[in-house]
Design a protein around this ligand. Sequence first.
Ligand SMILES: [Zn+2]
Length: 285
Amino acid sequence: MPELPEVETVRQGLAQWVVGRRITTVEVRHPRAVRRHAPGGAHFADVLAGRTVTGVRRRGKYLWLPLDSGDAVIGHLGMSGQLLLQPADAADELHLRVRFRFADDGPELRFVDQRTFGGLSVSAGGAELPAEIAHIARDPMDPEFSDDGFVAALRRRRTEIKRALLDQTLISGVGNIYADEALWRARLHGARPTDALTGPAALRLLGHVRDVLGEAIKQGGTSFDELYVNVNGESGYFDRSLNAYGREGEPCPRCGAPIRREAFMNRSSYSCPRCQPRPRGSLRG
Ligand SMILES: [Zn+2]
């Protein structure tokens, strides 16, 4: 599943290729791809025809394209979504769901999604910040993210640290992989209670989250010379830089203890049993 670094990579690629271009026609090829647009696919296409894209922005894993009309196109990639720039004469992808053509006859924007958990919609008046996604907190790479605000809110929560990192209303864009990697760097077990975390420890953890995401964005964002903006949910970060995630039984790069895997919210958490001791009294202890 694409996480923040992959979505940011798509955002940067789109910003290079679609900003300033006027949409002529939009073709909705599968209604499921625009199911979140309540007035339906024909309306979706109608309100976009003739509009110019003025930017490409992101909140967590949502992208939006502000338009000169004051509206915005919201996009979420779901599990398998891709936003591709393709020459108009390129063959249609098997799972092509929505096609945008532009007045300059340049490359088309295509939304391709095999499983169609992702989708597009138009947010009326949403150019600045679509109301549909306003409840999602800023992510730590956002210049307006408040470190002090985050630390205060985190310490007020009565929850476990990893659950808090995955809570999109507190901080967005931190998926399972990046949470595990940041916790490993911070030497914290994810089941530690947030209200027992000191302010400096919370700030250090936030710094590690930001480092992990920043490194992943850097690794994912190197191929913009190509027209084809691809997201497959697996940046090079997966293979090269993971210290804990997916490494059950392999030695901790810091201390050599075998990395452990624990069940977590229908998924898995990976951590070092020596560097990241489980908190006392933890349910799984
Ligand atoms: Zn270790």
